[in-house]
Ligand binder design. Structure first.
Ligand SMILES: [Zn+2]
Length: 260
């Protein structure tokens, strides 16, 4: 399985998943039809399916147009978003398996950014890969539009429980700004400093910073580090009354990031 990031809109990523026969493909999060159809044509692929992570326009805006262009196209999304994902043909609940373009994967229900958000996990055909939409970003997490801090922590924990080597393909190129925020909270964290340097080099060359890995996220992502004594100490300097409780740590981190 080959994975090709497709930059869409201002800072979104869609992804092309090319199956083991190098001919059949699926797309994750198609906000615009044009660039996805162009990439398919350029590579001579047959697009069989779109996998939508959540209903926001900058993730599904191109579904209808691609479905019109390719008769028989499958559009997969969350069962909880049956009425919100355009052109949906198949809905999935937590843990349900899927097969697209010769690739087998599994849906993970990870609500909080939106109440129906899904990730797609592909364990085989190369290193395991997860498409995390706007829930887990490299060094960040999505805003809590339709969920609570506790719910987001459960969703992020589900992703963090995947194998450390899992490649993380997220929905936006926010990595550099996220890491600058992470460094402010944990200035002594060498993993964050090293990754920020690498990411700044990639961005200066105009290259994407995806994928990350679950192992890297555990070391550098403040939204997975609610147990970190350094992060807690740093938050306590800003919020002296901070309770010694993971939910409070997470919620305060999210609150700071909302205005960063
Ligand atoms: Zn979103």
């Amino acid at each position: 399985m080959e994975i090709v990031p497709i930059p869409l809109l201002a800072d979104n990523y869609g992804y092309l998943l090319i199956g083991p026969d190098s001919r059949r493909a699926a797309a994750v999060d198609c906000s615009e039809a044009g660039p996805v159809l162009a990439e398919i044509a350029h590579r001579g692929l047959a697009l069989e399916a779109i996998l939508s992570t959540h209903h926001h326009y900058d993730h599904v805006g191109g579904n209808e147009e691609v479905a019109r262009a390719i008769p028989g196209l499958r559009v997969l999304g969350s069962r909880a978003d049956r009425t919100r994902v355009p052109a949906l043909t198949e809905s999935l609940a937590d843990g349900e398996e899927l097969e697209v373009a010769g690739m087998r994967g599994r849906a993970l229900f990870i609500p909080a950014h939106t109440s129906g958000h899904l990730a797609y996990f592909f364990p085989d055909d190369g290193p395991p890969s997860v498409f995390s939409g706007d829930t887990l970003f490299a060094a960040g997490c999505g805003r809590l539009f339709e969920g609570s801090p506790e719910q987001m922590m459960r969703s992020l924990s589900k992703l963090a429980a995947l194998p450390d080597v899992t490649r993380v393909y997220c929905g936006h190129e926010y990595t550099e700004k996220n890491l600058r925020f992470a460094r402010e909270l944990e200035p002594e964290n060498a993993d964050i400093a090293r990754k920020l340097e690498r990411v700044q080099r990639l961005r200066a060359e105009g290259r994407p910073t995806v994928p990350s890995t679950i192992a890297e996220e555990k070391l550098t992502n403040p939204f997975l580090r609610w147990e970190s004594p350094a992060l807690r100490a740093s938050l306590r300097r800003r919020f002296p009354d901070l309770a010694d409780d993971p939910v409070a740590v997470f919620a305060r981190t999210r609150e700071l990031k909302d205005s960063y």
